[in-house]
Write a protein that binds this ligand. Structure first.
Ligand SMILES: [Zn+2]
Length: 94
């Protein structure tokens, strides 16, 4: 049986509390998909069918969802006062 999104959030908060974790919410209108996670350039629009895009400012190629997840992580961490959170990158040896 499907549950309402609000019920899902209650379950998520309950489980997080039991595990001594925090659920952080961000502004639902924050443009996480349209904001470049490298240089913070914000596109005017990004149609739903566009899954990949290139930033006109820094030329970084983004996957819509992966770019969005990086931005959401940073905004959530910032909201919790964790400062500037950077994702770890795999070291590439020459
Ligand atoms: Zn950029």
């Amino acid at each position: 049986m499907p549950i309402a999104f609000s019920e899902f959030l209650k379950i998520l908060e309950y489980v997080a509390d039991k595990k001594e974790k925090v659920v952080s919410y961000i502004d639902q209108w924050y443009p996480s998909t349209k904001t470049c996670s490298v240089c913070n350039y914000v596109l005017d629009e990004l149609p739903l069918d566009v899954r990949y895009w290139t930033c006109p400012s820094c030329s970084t190629k983004h996957g819509r969802d992966s770019n969005s997840s990086v931005n959401i992580l940073r905004v959530g961490a910032s909201t919790l006062g964790l400062g500037d959170v950077r994702l770890s990158r795999t070291a590439i040896s020459a």
